[in-house]
Design a protein around this ligand. Structure first.
Ligand code: GP9
Ligand code: MN
Length: 638
């Protein structure tokens, strides 16, 4: 290992420094939950093992090349870590390959990105500086020139270490690579770089899935849906909104914890609190989005399918065949439009909306956006609603319109004159500002309701409001924990994925519905209210008013919530009390309470992925519920 003067070769120095840096980042920058000493150990091991493997490859290169390889490896490796850190600060998540192809979004991020950089970030490149310095100043003395035999020894040793790491990880979490909706597990057990390799493999696999799909896969999925997600009964509300306009408002980053809550003694959402009194309000309604954020929430509502585990379906599968809400109600004579004052290409919306069958997209070009009426991500919500009215008034009725708000978006900026509530006071600027922008959004919705009433549109419409996804990531757990006066654990994290959901039907009395519900249920629920028969649809949701509906909500990472339990990260909690169902006797009773659902949730998520990755709906005829291809074969089998 050491050369004549007993100096440590550069590749070992680099491996140690880089391994150490990686470990420090895992442990102190990413917010990785470590439940036992074994997990601590694996995290430590994987940082060094992977680093050693990567840098040991350099021994296969001759002098100059070896130096170059080490220099660039540590630079590129550090940049990969750094990009993940910046991404993580916003999303509490790791970068996936499909996200890298969403360039058009990155260009629009502007001010958000700057707030994600920290002054001390340059320290993250200290190891790069040291290694480059050594490589340039003393490079030749530190090279490792081995005989072929020793090179093989180094390679074998590094692979053996990798395998050892994997075995430990498998012991800690069996079937690690098969059951991976949660990226944190992969990073925690195998490291960031192995995770990226795994992600690349999964990415190519999902691409290949379309090529090999032939539609036969649908038989089993259809069967499952018939058994699990179809409810026959028509409630009193069936058709209550027949031929009425539907005004859907997507509430940016709004979480349920602010509803009926105060900050500095003041109500955060006075209008939305009052609205509960004359709406159907669902207080245990969960968002089910992943990396596609707002676009995922849109996708779920439109299709009642789950979003993709990696990247945004709006980008990755915008050309697929879908059987979407706008298309279904379009066939019933509805005109459909989306109103959102952002670039039309953000989230690839222009392409996806066209495919989903929307008649019109009022994007940023439909609005007058000036310096004065913008903040943060763009046009202020109050101006957005005001300017939207002319479009709404001249729209062909009945219409289905989706309004997507913007002001309450990270980093929650607001002009001082728009703030009508004091900031919160904690160590998180994000949470402190959040309440102000939430309050602003609340006011903007009140104004919008007033416009609707003034123009008379209100009486002929139903208004649906929904939070699209979380606004406060668990990067701010300390401040959240202080605000809520609760210990922040995995249970609370799941419970914070609740977003408000309202169905406001003018003239109808209000009701709070507490049964667990999710975004996946919105499509069948709306179709029910509109009196549109959806028995030929293929969906994973159930009408929220039906008595016998599905009794769990699956989150995209495999966590789920049932009437009695919350399951996440291999733990089963009592939903009402938050108590961990873990007995001192071991693995046990605790988890077994959740067990019956674990497999079902995995199955359901994977069916949804099969539909999307395989583009299976291109083989399906929704009019008569038959397969388009292989019809004869299917018939013969029956
Ligand atoms: C962008 C807006 C916000 O147009 O919908 O997107 P998000 O970052 O929340 O997905
Ligand atoms: Mn959003």
């Amino acid at each position: 290992m050491f050369n004549k003067k007993l100096q440590m070769p550069l590749f070992i120095i680099a491996a140690i420094l880089f391994g150490l840096k990686t470990y420090i980042v895992y442990r102190f920058v990413f917010n990785i939950s470590l439940e036992n000493p074994m997990q601590e150990l694996i995290l430590l091991i994987n940082a060094f093992v992977v680093s050693f493997f990567l840098f040991s490859l350099s021994v296969w290169f001759k002098e100059r090349r070896q130096k170059k390889f080490i220099k660039y490896l540590i630079l590129i490796g550090s940049l990969i870590i750094y990009f993940n850190i910046v991404f993580y600060r916003n999303f509490s998540d790791f970068i996936t390959i499909p996200l890298l192809f969403q360039g058009s979004n990155a260009a629009d991020l502007g001010s958000s990105v700057l707030t994600l950089l920290e002054p001390w970030d340059f320290l993250l490149f200290a190891d790069v500086v040291v290694v480059w310095y050594l490589a340039i100043k003393k490079g030749d003395q530190l090279l490792a020139i081995f005989k072929h035999r020793y090179k093989t020894v180094v390679l074998t040793a590094s692979i053996a270490l990798l395998v050892g790491n994997y075995v430990l990880a498998e012991i800690e979490r069996p079937q690690l690579l098969q059951r991976t909706f949660d990226r944190e597990y992969l990073v925690k057990n195998l490291g960031l770089f192995s995770y990226h390799v795994y992600d690349a493999v999964m990415h190519s696999k999902s691409k290949a899935q379309r090529v090999f799909a032939d539609g036969n896969e649908l038989t089993e999925i259809e069967e499952y849906m018939k058994d699990e997600t179809s409810v026959e009964d028509k409630t009193d509300l069936y058709g209550i909104a027949k031929d009425k306009n539907v005004i859907f408002i997507s509430l940016e980053s709004l979480q349920t914890f602010v509803i009926n809550n105060t900050v500095n003694g003041e109500e955060v959402t006075p209008f939305l609190n009052d609205l509960i009194n004359d709406s159907y309000y669902f207080d245990n309604f969960y968002h089910q989005t992943e990396q596609g954020k707002t676009s995922d929430s849109e996708f779920i509502i439109e299709n009642s399918l789950y979003p993709s585990p990696r990247g945004a379906v709006y980008f990755t599968h915008a050309q697929n065949d879908f059987h979407s809400l706008p298309e279904i109600i379009g066939n019933e004579g509805y005109y459909s439009a989306v109103l959102h004052a952002n670039n039309k290409s953000f989230w690839n919306r222009d392409v996806m909306y066209e495919n989903l069958g929307y008649d019109k997209f009022f994007d940023i070009d439909a609005y007058e956006v000036t310096e004065e009426n913008s903040v943060g991500w763009g046009l202020k919500d109050k101006d957005f609603f005001r300017q939207s009215m002319k479009y709404l008034e001249s729209m062909k009725q009945p219409f289905y319109t989706k309004f997507i708000t913007l002001t309450n978006h990270y980093p929650f900026e607001l002009d001082p004159e728009d703030a009508t509530i004091e900031k919160y006071d904690s160590n998180s600027n994000t949470l402190n500002s959040y309440f102000q922008t939430v309050k602003y959004m609340d006011e903007s919705i009140e104004e919008f309701f007033n416009y609707l009433k003034e123009t008379g549109i209100y009486e002929d419409s139903i208004i649906v409001l929904m939070g699209d996804h979380y606004g406060i990531s668990d990067f701010h757990k300390k401040a959240m924990s202080t605000y809520l006066d609760k210990e922040y654990n995995d249970y609370l994290h799941v419970q914070l994925q609740r977003v408000p959901f309202y169905i406001h039907i003018p003239g109808q009395e209000g009701k709070v519905i507490s049964k667990v519900a999710g975004q996946i249920d919105v499509k069948p629920t709306l179709l029910h209210l509109l009196g549109i028969d959806d028995s030929t649809d293929l969906s994973f949701g159930t009408n929220l008013f039906a008595e016998d509906r599905k009794d769990f909500v699956a989150l995209r990472d495999g966590s789920f919530i049932t009437d009695n339990y919350v399951y996440t990260k291999d733990q089963c909690f009592n939903r009402a009390t938050g108590e961990l169902l873990d007995t001192t006797t071991g693995l046990d009773e605790g988890l077994s309470a959740c067990q019956p659902y674990i497999e079902q949730v995995e199955k359901e998520l994977s069916y949804s992925d099969q539909i999307i990755f395989g583009d299976l709906f291109r083989f399906y005829d929704f009019k008569d519920n038959t397969s388009k291809s292989n019809t004869e074969e299917v018939n013969e089998e029956e």
